[in-house]
Structures are given as structure tokens and as C-alpha cells.
Design a binder for this molecule. Structure first.
Ligand SMILES: NC(=O)c1ccc[n+]([C@@H]2O[C@H](COP(=O)([O-])OP(=O)(O)OC[C@H]3O[C@@H](n4cnc5c(N)ncnc54)[C@H](OP(=O)(O)O)[C@@H]3O)[C@@H](O)[C@H]2O)c1
Length: 292
């Protein structure tokens, strides 16, 4: 990626956007957010605003022909026409492997998310084709960024609060958590490789490990001895009801999935744009003890 060329970042405040800022501070990023007064390199705009094209045209931002889509794909897809009118010709956007893993979930809201992703991906591709935008879709597995994400870091804060981690059954289902910084660099690599034009890729992390091993690594990253409470599958739903107040946004289906493999092949991404991802060794700094 040419560091002089302006790159429009949709969803710049996302985990991947934050990691992009930290890993490539040399880039000329034009960051879009709905929030006011973020600073000189930020433009305040809502991708759902019907006036988006006019707003981008009338703003003082440098003209961009390339964009990264880090906002949800169902927000990015309907904005493609406006982005194309403002000069965007190339976009790398993120969807999610949840389109595969949640489609048969026992939880209605999770099935709805999967269906929404499937429909939004199709709408994104169709809008790009119609408006002459070359596209690439990247589908990460579970994203983490220490201290910031709602998956791994949420589990770390639960461990901090409870002193142990509850696990449904043996936690034998395999996972490939992926670091937000690897995704940020992967998206830039995808932008630079012609083989990715008009293609979609699953992007797993660099290590496949069971849910139980993943939890153990989180303890290790917190400098704690692992303390895991295995709850038999049959009583997980009941235990979940009791624990729910501590787990905002969690669903009982997440427990059912702890025994299921959610793994994906990085091969096509490696072949086409040299996808590389680190093993799962998250590092959490221990919060300072309260003053006496
Ligand atoms: N988190 C995961 O485990 C996970 C897993 C697989 C895939 N993904 C996908 O990967 C991408 C990044 O995920 P993330 O978790 O890093 O994202 P995130 O933290 O949830 O951030 C979402 C971003 O979307 C922006 N956004 C939402 N609606 C918008 C709108 N109407 N107009 C403009 N901006 C809007 C927000 O910007 P402002 O609030 O600043 O306006 C925010 O920066 C997303 O496409 C997500 O679906 C996430």
C-alpha cells in the first residue's frame, strides 16, 4: 500500500481500525465515523445517510479511490453506490465466518445474523458489479484485540471477576481466534494483490486450538493459573440463565457451540495474498491493585 495515497477507512473506530492505526501509523488514512469531533483526519458521516455521496463530495477530505470496509457488511453494502459516486473504485470489506457457523444455530437471533450476513454479502457484490467497484470480501473468525474486544477480552474480564472460567462440557470444539492487527495487515495485503479481485476469503487465526486450550491461554496471558469449571452440557442452559447478568450479549447457544469445531481453511488467502496470522498468545496486563 502506497503510504502517500489516501485510503478511506469505513468503521475506523472498529477493532481492526484501531489496530491499523497502531501497526501502520505511516499511512494516509481518511477515517469515517458517526461520532463528532474526532480530529482532523476524521470525517463525520453515517454510511446509511442518503446524502452520503454529496456529503463526501462537499467535505474537505482528500479524494480517495480506495476504501477499507471495517463497518458491518450490511452497513457497507447499501453505501456502495454513494461511495462509487464519490470516486471509490476498489474496496476490501469485512464480513464474518458467522455466515457459515450461525446458520443452523438453535438461537433465532444468531440465525438472523447469519441470514443478514449472507444477504448483505450478496448485496455488496451486486452493488460493486453494478457501480464498477472492484471488491474483495474477508471473513474473519473470532476477532480479539487485548483489552478491547467482546470475545477473548470479555472472557478475561469474566475470569478477573469470578476467579474461574465456566466451560460447557469438555470445551473440545476447535477455534482459530484471529488478532485484529493481523487482519489490518491482511486487508492491506489483499488491496495490493490482483488475485484477490472480486473474490471472498475466510480468514482464520494462525493456530487451531480447542475452546478449553483457548481459555487456558487466556489465563496464561493474564499471568494466572488456569481454573476452569466444566459444566455438564445438560445443565449449561440452566447455569447460563444464572450467569447471564455477568455476560451481556452472550447466548446459551455459545455454550452449545463450545463442543463444535468452527475451523476454516486459510489456504486460498495464503496463496492469493500471503495471509499470515500469529498463534494465540494474548497478553493482558494485570490491573494495578487498589491503593491501601
Ligand atoms: N468482532 C468480531 O469477533 C468479528 C468477527 C468476524 C467478523 N467481524 C466483522 O469485522 C468487521 C470489524 O469488526 P469489529 O468488531 O472490529 O467492529 P466494531 O468494533 O463492531 O466496529 C464497527 C464499526 O462500524 C462503524 N459503523 C457502524 N455503523 C455505521 C454507520 N451507519 N455509519 C458509519 N460507520 C458505522 C462504527 O463506527 P462509529 O461507531 O465510529 O461510527 C465502528 O467503527 C465488521 O465488519 C464485523 O462485522 C467481527
Amino acid at each position: 500500500m502506497d503510504s502517500q495515497k489516501p485510503l478511506l477507512v469505513l468503521g475506523a473506530s472498529s477493532l481492526i481500525g484501531q489496530a491499523l492505526d497502531a501497526t501502520r501509523p505511516d499511512l494516509h488514512l481518511v477515517r469515517l465515523t458517526r461520532m463528532a469531533d474526532r480530529g482532523p483526519d476524521w470525517i463525520q458521516a453515517d454510511l446509511s445517510n442518503p446524502e452520503l455521496a454529496d456529503q463526501l463530495a462537499s467535505s474537505e477530505i482528500p479524494r480517495c479511490d480506495t476504501a477499507l470496509g471495517l463497518a458491518p457488511i450490511w452497513v457497507v453494502a447499501p453505501a456502495i453506490e454513494a461511495l462509487a459516486r464519490s470516486g471509490i473504485r476498489r474496496i476490501v470489506a469485512f464480513s464474518s465466518t458467522s455466515r457459515w457457523t450461525k446458520i443452523d444455530s438453535p438461537d433465532t437471533s444468531e440465525r438472523d445474523v447469519a441470514a443478514r450476513l449472507v444477504a448483505a454479502e450478496a448485496a455488496f457484490v451486486s452493488a460493486c458489479q453494478t457501480h464498477g467497484v472492484t471488491w474483495t470480501l474477508l471473513r474473519p473468525t473470532l476477532i480479539y484485540l487485548e483489552g478491547r474486544d467482546g470475545n477473548v477480552s470479555r472472557l478475561a474480564s469474566l475470569i478477573r471477576r469470578l476467579g474461574f472460567a465456566p466451560l460447557a462440557g469438555g470445551g473440545g470444539g476447535r477455534r482459530q481466534p484471529v488478532h485484529a492487527a493481523d487482519l489490518a495487515l491482511g486487508a492491506l495485503a489483499a488491496l495490493d494483490h490482483g488475485a484477490t479481485h472480486n473474490r471472498a476469503y475466510d480468514l482464520p487465526g494462525g493456530e487451531t486450538l480447542t475452546y478449553r486450550q483457548m481459555v487456558t491461554r487466556i489465563f496464561e496471558g493474564m499471568g494466572r493459573r488456569p481454573r476452569i469449571l466444566a459444566v455438564p452440557g445438560g445443565v449449561w442452559s440452566l447455569a447460563f440463565l444464572l450467569a447471564r447478568p455477568f455476560l451481556p450479549g452472550a447466548t446459551a447457544a455459545m455454550g452449545v457451540r463450545m463442543e463444535a469445531d468452527l475451523i476454516f481453511d486459510p489456504g486460498p488467502a495464503i496463496a492469493d495474498f500471503g495471509w499470515t496470522a500469529r498463534g494465540f498468545r494474548p497478553q493482558f496486563s494485570t490491573p494495578a491493585p487498589p491503593h491501601a
